[in-house]
Design a binder for this molecule. Structure first.
Ligand code: SAM
Ligand code: FES
Length: 349
């Protein structure tokens, strides 16, 4: 029965809700599921793994998401911001190491006005015309997104976090809304960004039905990148007493995503590497094809403290790059120096 579901999903890229529920709630056929997902990624991407250089440039945030270690009300978080020069230095180091995508991620920090963001983006754009610039700085107005795009940003990462209204309310304070999150994602797409979205696996109160709604929302949005990782507890949040998400379910979802969205870019995330020493390698073997090593200066790495025991906080960028290179190789894939656009599906006649 489960093996039939895997074959149907591989061939048709979809299952009905009851079938998805059955597949997500059993570990009986995980090996077959991972095998099919890996076959699919090899058909489209071969063994290539794309790298994105992550620059965590501010941990100030005006939001108060209940799960997040850098939320506004965490008074114990030591706050930092990188200067424009420090950000450009990270890009220079990253470029020399073979990165062709820079991801500028941060909390929603009012210091970084649209004018400041545009100034940074346009300077990176003029130094690296052949690179992708990804922003991941949260919810903004359409006008702001347009201004960043005009300044040279061409990708945007904004996880929807959960596509279910009630679940969204349990994870976020009343000042935030799922409706606005979705509005942002559609605005970004409409403007012309390559959009990345996604969710945490095993976040507090999440049900299998919620996960299925997440998959349905992604089918509607059709993002270029789908980023999922396990929820990991942070002791200084209102969710301190909740358990972290599981490796097994995260891997199963990566494989399901690869079969539902064969052309998507799917990262093996740092959170996955945090809950298991080989988490990222296992993620690649389950269908992921992107890794996102850290390019932030070592002095701030520990401060971008989204969840407990986050890995890769002590190494220099070159060490991180080297470590991931050998991890990717040991899993049977290879890192490529490429801007790493999503593969395009050929029209069938
Ligand atoms: N402010 C931007 C935003 O809202 O998209 C980017 C920064 S935010 C910290 C990046 C992502 O970290 C979030 O989308 C969330 O899914 C993830 N995250 C936050 N807290 C987490 C936790 N405790 N465990 C796992 N992932 C977490
Ligand atoms: Fe703003 Fe997490 S609450 S980045």
């Amino acid at each position: 029965m489960i093996s039939e579901l895997i074959e149907t999903l591989s061939a048709q890229r979809d299952l009905n809700d009851a079938q998805l529920k059955a597949l997500l709630e059993t570990d009986r056929m995980d090996e077959a599921l991972f095998f099919n997902a890996d076959q699919k990624r090899r058909e489209i991407y071969g063994t290539d793994v794309y790298i994105r250089g992550l620059i965590e440039f501010t941990n100030y945030c005006q939001n108060n998401c209940y799960y997040c270690g850098i939320r506004r009300d965490n008074a114990k978080a030591a706050r930092y911001r990188l200067s424009k020069k420090e950000i450009l230095d990270c890009c220079a180091e990253g470029y020399a190491l073979g990165f062709r995508t820079f991801v500028l991620q941060g909390g929603e920090d009012p210091y970084f006005t649209d004018a400041r963001v545009c100034e940074i983006v346009s300077e990176i754009r003029s130094c690296y015309p052949n690179c992708a610039i990804t922003l991941s700085i949260g919810e903004k107005s359409r006008e702001s997104y347009q201004a960043f795009f005009d300044a040279g940003a061409n990708r945007y990462l904004l996880r929807h976090e959960t596509a279910n209204e009630q679940h969204y309310r349990k994870l976020h304070p009343g000042s935030m809304s799922l409706q606005n999150r979705k509005r942002c994602l559609y605005d970004l797409k409409d403007i012309g960004y390559q959009v990345g979205s996604g969710f945490m696996v095993g976040s507090p109160y999440q049900t299998t039905e919620n996960l299925i709604e997440d998959l349905r929302f992604l089918q509607e949005l059709q993002p270029a990148m789908i980023e999922i990782g396990p929820y990991i507890t942070h002791t200084e949040t209102p969710f301190a007493a909740f358990a972290s998400g599981s490796l097994a379910l995260t891997l199963r979802l990566i494989a399901v995503l690869r079969l539902m969205f064969p052309y998507a870019l799917i990262p093996a995330t740092t959170a996955l590497g945090t809950i298991h020493p080989q988490g990222r390698e296992l993620g690649l073997k389950a269908g992921a094809n992107v890794v996102m090593p850290n390019l932030s200066p070592v002095r701030v790495r520990k401060l971008y403290d989204l969840y407990d025991n986050k890995i890769c906080t002590g190494e220099e960028s070159a060490q991180c790059r080297g470590c991931l290179e050998s991890r990717v190789r040991s899993a049977g894939y290879k890192i490529v120096t490429s801007i790493g656009n999503p593969a395009e599906e050929k029209e069938s006649c």
